[in-house]
Design a protein around this ligand. Sequence first.
Ligand code: CO
Length: 498
Amino acid sequence: MQSSKISESAVLEKSYTRADWQGGYQSLTQEFDYWIDDIEGKIPPELQGTLFRNGPGLLDINGQRIHHPFDGDGMISRITFANGRAHFRNRFVRTEGYLAEQQAGKILYRGVFGTQKPGGWLANIFDFKIKHIANTNVIYWGDKLLALWEAAEPYRLDPYTLETLGKEYFNGVLSAGEAFSAHPRFDPSCDRDGGEPCLVNFSIQPGLSTKITIFELNLAGEIVRKHAHSVPGFCFIHDFVITRNYCIFFQNPVNFNPIPFALGIRAAGECIQFQPHQPTRIIVIPRFPQPGQGVKILETQSGFVFHHINAFEVGNEIVIDSICYESLPGVEPESDFRQVNFEANAPGHLWRFHLNLQNGNVQSKLIESRCCEFPSINPANVGRPYQYFYIGAAHAEIGNAPLQALLKIDLESGERQLWSAAPRGFMGEPIFVPRPGSHREDDGWVLALVYDATFHRSDLVILDASDFSKGAIARLHLKHHIPYGLHGSFSSEVFAPT
Ligand code: CO
């Protein structure tokens, strides 16, 4: 446990070295299966279920480096908790692109090798490499394990073997190549479905105006509601939030110049430019549109948002908590992401927004100025008022730096708890898992993968969510590292090895 009071000299001294951080961006080519037997502490026996994680497993193809980690092939890691033990398995998603490149032993989907879909650049702009890499998130819903990537349909895998079964179209409701975002939200009790949980997701079809489609899936995994809305302007939207009645999107102030991409000079992501003098637009879409009830668009100050924490309704207001960046660093064609200068980039800060739906007024306030990303909350509070969240954070209180710590914030009292893996540990996305049968919001565990540069391996760390000061209650040492991942989820189903 590190004190959250860090002296000024400690802040000036870096809590990490770039060489250590770079170790987590090496490819993992092997696929493993084993019971984890190197454990410090004790796995709580009540912790039963399966943690799924997704992220780029390959940062090179046979020694040819890929340009950006977001372009790396999706690899699913699974940690099953059963009776105080834990089992690890990882498998690459066998996408068409992965199979073709592994067979060829070289990069096939770079630059001029990219195949364009019909429909011109507007139809292709989020196909950064025209290669479906299935690397952003993994969820278990409706008895299906789905690897998600925001520009195309999900890939379905067998939750026991992690074998790739093919693309998922939800009984034909999704069409071939149709997008299904990597950031679904899980409504724990949907009023329209008799209080049953439902999954809410979206897709973005950007252009001069942008089409936003909302999908709602029942527990059986069927799409029961689907509606599309057109909003003015180009949208770069990665995540959204829900309340009981609304879906809310932040339309980041960016320009998209398609010419270098159309000419094949740059990838689509390299053609997006942040516009610091334009406002952020907040798009509010009713989940159950009534006749005459349209999309509302509100404005707030400029900033860039990848991820939101949560949102809820209070009377005529919507409250939204989001991680905001003052600016967005451009992705440069000649740069190497491994050489990033953290201090030169804007850190993510946590802001709370109050949207008044009656007069369109938006108020915002800074909640946390420590650099933070990858939030998690109790799943029972999604779209509802809540008190606690858990988030990856920098070790130091100020400045931009890699995530090395876990931060818990009590939104009511303002109390902070920090657990840090610095100097040689680097933090992935935390996942909050409620203790079975518990009703206290922070009664449960926080699970996170930490890359440990000392041994070039990753640990699964378990914290008691109600009290970080205990330190890690268990630290499961894997036999290898897992490259820095993106998102994942926890299922209470135990997918034991077969
Ligand atoms: Co994300």
